[in-house]
Design a protein around this ligand. Structure first.
Ligand SMILES: C[S@@+](CC[C@H](N)C(=O)[O-])C[C@H]1O[C@@H](n2cnc3c(N)ncnc32)[C@H](O)[C@@H]1O
Length: 285
């Protein structure tokens, strides 16, 4: 099995869970990870104080960033990163890094917002250790733009690209810039200090633009013309279903659409906005 995404943090999660068939974080690795020696660097505390998390959380993130890099095994490192990313997501209201500063109005008493990042981390190590299993094959986790992937022959490709939504935007850097920065301690990813949430530059993808998305889907289907394709899609995306089916039909002799209604929930328990959409799985062969 091969997993691929162009974001570093996503590919680390895939390395921990898909490429990794057998490595777990044992007691020795965990002790090394939570070692309390003060960190050599305080980039996170310096840049994100008053933006995300508490000062203690930020100090922990600086410390753990150094400690993770002490682990020699790439799968151990990836597992620790995966646990850390999930801890950061759980501790951040709404789980996205588009909101910052005083977020107390999001506090609906849920446990995830009460625990420190460090407390989450210890729990998430166990969660990720339990997610490791051996499927008896050699698997890969790549970090690549879909249009630069080497042409590996695969029987079935599952595609889940972002789609230009009819409103708001779907930029993954905008939502998850903090995790992408954390995954490499912001090396080579300068922070735009003029932004309130201290974003990094967004990575270009044609799927984010109305003018380019149709051509991007066409080229993507063309790349996998020899494989079965299963594409995740939703009724609130652009281009619409009919157009996508037509595009896939250019490369596949049979296209089948499976659909399921879905209700999204946004926000906290007390103030929840909902949106009804239809989720599609479009299969071409
Ligand atoms: C809807 S999410 C997929 C989530 C994935 N199914 C999962 O469960 O983690 C879309 C993903 O496409 C990635 N992406 C966007 N444009 C890309 C491109 N040109 N090449 C590779 N990955 C891209 C984003 O980084 C994002 O993680």
């Amino acid at each position: 099995m091969i997993a691929s995404d162009f974001m570093n943090f996503s590919s680390l999660v895939a390395r921990a869970t898909i490429a990794n068939n057998k490595v777990h974080l044992d007691g020795k690795a965990i002790r090394r990870l939570i070692d309390g020696t003060p960190p050599a660097h305080n980039f996170i505390e310096q840049n994100f104080d008053g933006v995300f998390y508490t000062r203690d959380d930020l100090k922990f993130l600086d410390r753990i960033s150094g400690n993770i890099r002490q682990l020699q095994d790439p799968y151990e490192q990836a597992l620790a990163f995966a646990a850390l990313f999930r801890s950061c997501l759980k501790r951040q209201p709404r789980g996205v890094f588009t909101i910052s500063g005083d977020l107390s109005h999001y506090d609906d008493g849920r446990r995830d917002l009460r625990l420190s990042v460090e407390e989450h981390f210890l729990e998430q190590i166990e969660v990720y250790n339990n997610a490791v299993f051996d499927n008896g094959r050699r698997n890969k986790a790549l970090r690549s733009d879909i249009f630069q992937l080497s042409n590996e022959r695969v029987d079935l490709v599952y595609l889940d690209p972002p789609y230009v939504p009819r409103s708001d935007d779907n930029c993954y850097t905008k939502r998850y810039h903090f995790l992408e920065g954390l995954s490499c301690y912001w090396q080579g990813l300068p922070i735009d200090k003029t932004t309130k949430v201290k974003k990094i530059a967004k990575r270009y993808t044609p799927f984010s633009y109305r003018k380019e998305a149709v051509d991007a889907f066409d080229r993507m289907f063309g790349r996998f013309a020899k494989s079965k394709i299963a594409l995740s899609y939703s009724s609130n995306g652009f281009p619409d279903l009919d157009q996508l089916v037509e595009l896939m039909g250019k490369h596949k002799s049979s296209v089948t659409v499976f659909e399921k209604p879905h209700r999204y929930h946004f926000g906290t328990h007390s103030k929840v906005a909902r949106a009804n959409v239809v989720e599609y799985l479009i299969v071409g062969q």
